[in-house]
Ligand binder design. Structure first.
Ligand SMILES: [Zn+2]
Length: 320
């Protein structure tokens, strides 16, 4: 199919088409009021001292088939000559428990519909996700059942279908968080899944209420105790968030789709699919500078685990 050869044009056309389609199922929004942001300090102090978060676990919830050109910008000179192709990428959800606030997810992973085709519909949905793979027991509900503990909330990196597709498999009474004014991509009839139909209120994390930190700039200390930070990384989506989790198993930077792949993070090549490429490059550079200055942090891109990091519960290791 010809469109596959022109991913940028296709993406632009799709985004233009979206303007004429009907946005549906957008939940009510309310602003999250973060606790008092303590005066900080440098990142080293933050990373070394906190033990509030335990049981950090990476859930692998299935895989989706997408164009490589969406995952990494093949027009970047560093990838000269590399051809586009369809590849399967993993879809994760990240679980952690806070000693006083309970257990949480970063992104919702995939529900059990991804054993057979998934829950994204519409005229152009097949361009983004053309196939799915999921074994029985990999869906988000099965992961939560195995944990056997209630969850309090989901912190979304952004509101694209592969990150919201698990909501239907989650308890209904929990809370949901996303960046302030983050666009919910749910446009009938071209690309929709109704993933947030049951979400009554979406709490918006407004990073202007945060604090200034070295390298990353303004961040939000979500619990006010230096254990979870929301980091604005716009570009792939308008109000994309990455998260830093300071756990007893070490400190993890969950980039979300500020970098889909570990390869892209290493090379400094942003993802192909962008809402704003200039912002995306700046966001990626910010995260790369932060990781370089704090080498003990494990960087977990949106759809690819780095060498040395496996799915499942994370254990402390002195090694990088
Ligand atoms: Zn994604």
């Amino acid at each position: 199919m010809k469109l596959k050869r022109y991913p940028q044009i296709t993406f632009f056309l799709a985004m233009s088409l979206i303007q004429f389609c009907i946005a549906v199922g957008n939940p009510n929004r309310e602003t999250f009021r973060p606790p008092e942001q303590k005066r900080i300090r440098d990142w080293q102090t933050v990373i070394q001292k906190n033990q509030s978060i335990t049981d950090l676990t990476i859930f692998h919830t299935g895989a989706v088939e997408v164009p490589l050109s969406g995952m990494i910008n093949l027009d970047d000179p560093k990838l000269k000559g590399e051809k586009d192709k369809r590849i399967f990428v993993d879809v994760y959800s990240f679980w952690f428990c806070h000693k006083t606030h309970g257990c949480f997810l970063i992104d919702s992973g995939l529900d059990s519909s991804f054993q057979k085709g998934g829950n994204l519909k519409g005229l152009i949905s097949g361009y983004y996700i053309s196939n799915t793979k999921q074994n029985p027991g990999q869906d988000i509900t099965s992961h939560l059942n195995r944990k056997g503990k209630p969850i309090q909330a989901v912190f979304f990196t952004h509101l694209h279908g592969d990150h919201t597709a698990g909501v239907s498999g989650l308890p209904k009474e929990i809370e949901f968080y996303a960046g302030a004014k983050e666009e919910y991509i749910n446009y009938w009839p071209i690309y929709y899944g109704g993933h947030l139909d049951t979400v009554k209120h979406l709490k918006e994390i407004d990073c202007s209420q945060g604090m200034e930190m070295p390298i990353l700039g303004i961040v939000i200390d979500v619990f006010g105790d230096g254990s979870l930070f929301a980091i604005p990384t716009p570009g792939h989506s308008n109000s994309h968030l990455s998260y830093l989790v300071v756990s007893d198993a070490g400190t993890y930077l969950f980039t979300g789709d500020a970098s889909h792949t570990y390869r892209g993070f290493q090379l400094g090549v942003e993802s192909g699919w962008q809402d704003n490429r200039k912002q995306a490059k700046e966001s990626l550079e910010k995260l790369r500078n932060f990781a370089a200055a704090n080498p003990q942090i494990k960087v977990i891109p949106g759809h690819e685990l780095p060498p040395g990091v496996s799915v499942g519960e994370q254990k402390f290791s002195a090694k990088r």
